[in-house]
Design a protein around this ligand. Sequence first.
Ligand code: SF4
Length: 360
Amino acid sequence: MHLADIITLRPQPGGAIFFGLTRRCPLLCRHCSTASLMSSEQHEAGLFTRFADTFTPEDHPELVLMTGGEPLLRPQLVTAIARRARRAGARSALISGMFFAREERVPDRIAEAIASVDHFVASIDIFHEEQVSRAAVFAVLGRLLESGKDVSVQAVGLDDADPYLEDITRDVRETFDGRVPMLVAQVGAAGRAADWLSAPGGGVHTLNLPAALPCDMAAWPTIAYDGTVLACCNQDVIDRRGPEHLRLGHIGEDGWPEIRRRLTRSPLLRAVRTLGPQPLARRAGAPTDAGFCGTCMGFSERPEVARQASDLVAGEAFEVMEQTVERLQVEAGPTVFALRHGSPRYAGLVTLGHREEARS
Ligand code: SF4
């Protein structure tokens, strides 16, 4: 599964789900958005596998994305979830900081976990390189590529002009002969980066675009480390386990069908995905000056916004508008997604090695 195929699913409500398998990580990167330590929270594996057991051939996300912390601290859990996803007809992917690349050989359980997923994302940036060398990461990536694994690189820099980004993107292209796609973004002021980065760069919405902008991030639920399910992957939302209108349930009590139903039927979430938070707030007479996500996060305190969303989705034209917005986002393609959420300068790198690119 190519990175471009993953991104194409992004606007589809319930097209994928993030599993935050652990908050723990053995690396101490200065920019870590989850402020992970080896003593950070981690909950029992059964919580996650029992939820994956609720995927069925008739009702499952298309993709399961495993993150952390460092998900490969729990390689057997990664394998167990990937197998359950596949059994139901879903595919799976994994993002890793590749601590294990420092070893001479990849431990068997980690190799097995990587083999079990359909796509492997390596997180490489100047901060990771202080912990794990680029040469070590490239050596593992090269072997995975040779074995036929679909891999990609996720890199972050301070901004588009960051010389590190120019260097790493050139090096990845040259070393792997243009076969490894890259999603390049900016460091957000979250987690450990909040201590030294004051600008609100990065995050899930990075471009200063017109206010009437649908939120495609409200399409994939995120399971936090303790099993709480949130409607988006905004780190503030994950850390706060809310606000209330973005909380979809808990995997200890709810299976995939309930989570998908809440995600796709909530009038507030449908309005946020279709109009965006600020136009919705404006229609309800609520303030919009807290920015894109800030406006959305205030909605639990604003019952008039929930009422406005209910009226809106009950209207005859809404469903057509909702489907049109989703279709337009899919048709815009993965590069437009990367332009909106990542680094505009490097947006085109998400399709490197993709079959569509190879045909053109
Ligand atoms: S607008 Fe709301 S739903 Fe969308 S990413 Fe921001 S907080 Fe999450």
